[in-house]
Design a protein around this ligand. Structure first.
Ligand code: 5GP
Length: 191
């Protein structure tokens, strides 16, 4: 998506350790007009797939998911990150490794909000090594619901998450695919 790529090129900051900071429009300050266009594009990509629910993960996926959900006219559920001791019985849980924080945490979704029969579109801000996506797919499977696919704002295509998750048979549509990046020379996008 050209608009997003232009914005990343202009305002994205590449940090050491393969981290792209997009705090000025996506992860801290939010450009709602841009997110609106992203939501419209996700509807174009997944609008015919009978989506009944959008699932994301707190915190940075929530904004994108909510704006996209207005186009799909479905609820958003966000997986909460929880200390294991806070998890009660009526939740689906999965253990996820955080790429940016380099630690494991449990994510959980109440059994009240995902059901067999739901057709779930996952939305997230980044795809790196795939741990967040795999955890969310695990939760959807535990609920007996169907993974329609994943809509990702920024896929770092030089990391292995995209291949791993696509090899699981999951459809991934990324609005911007970063082929390579470095603090010195910035971001290069995939075709
Ligand atoms: P994965 O689970 O695919 O390794 O990483 C995806 C998650 O890590 C996303 O939910 C996102 O919050 C975070 N993440 C991964 N890479 C980046 C990055 O380069 N920049 C930012 N801001 N977040 C990232």
């Amino acid at each position: 998506m050209q608009l997003l790529e232009e914005r990343i090129r202009r305002d994205g900051i590449v940090r050491e350790g393969n981290v792209l900071k997009v705090d000025s429009f996506l992860n801290h300050q939010i450009d709602v007009t841009l997110l609106n266009e992203m939501g419209r594009e996700l509807l174009r990509l997944f609008g015919d797939d009978g989506v009944t629910k959008i699932l994301t993960i707190e915190a940075s996926g929530i904004g994108i998911a909510c704006i996209a959900a207005q186009y799909f006219n479905v609820p958003v559920v966000f997986a909460k990150k929880a200390a294991s001791k806070n998890i009660s019985g009526d939740v689906y849980t999965s253990r996820v490794h955080s790429f940016t924080k380099d630690k494991y945490y449990d994510v959980m979704v109440s059994k009240d909000f995902l059901h067999a029969g739901d057709r779930v579109l996952i939305i997230d801000d980044f795809l790196a090594k795939g741990a967040a996506l795999i955890g969310l797919c695990d939760i959807i499977n535990q609920a007996g619901a169907t993974v329609v696919g994943a809509g990702i704002a920024i896929e770092k295509a030089f990391q292995d998450g995209g291949k791993k998750v696509r090899d699981m048979g999951i459809r991934i549509e990324s609005l911007a695919r970063v082929a390579s990046m470095s603090p010195g020379s910035g971001v290069v996008f995939a075709e």
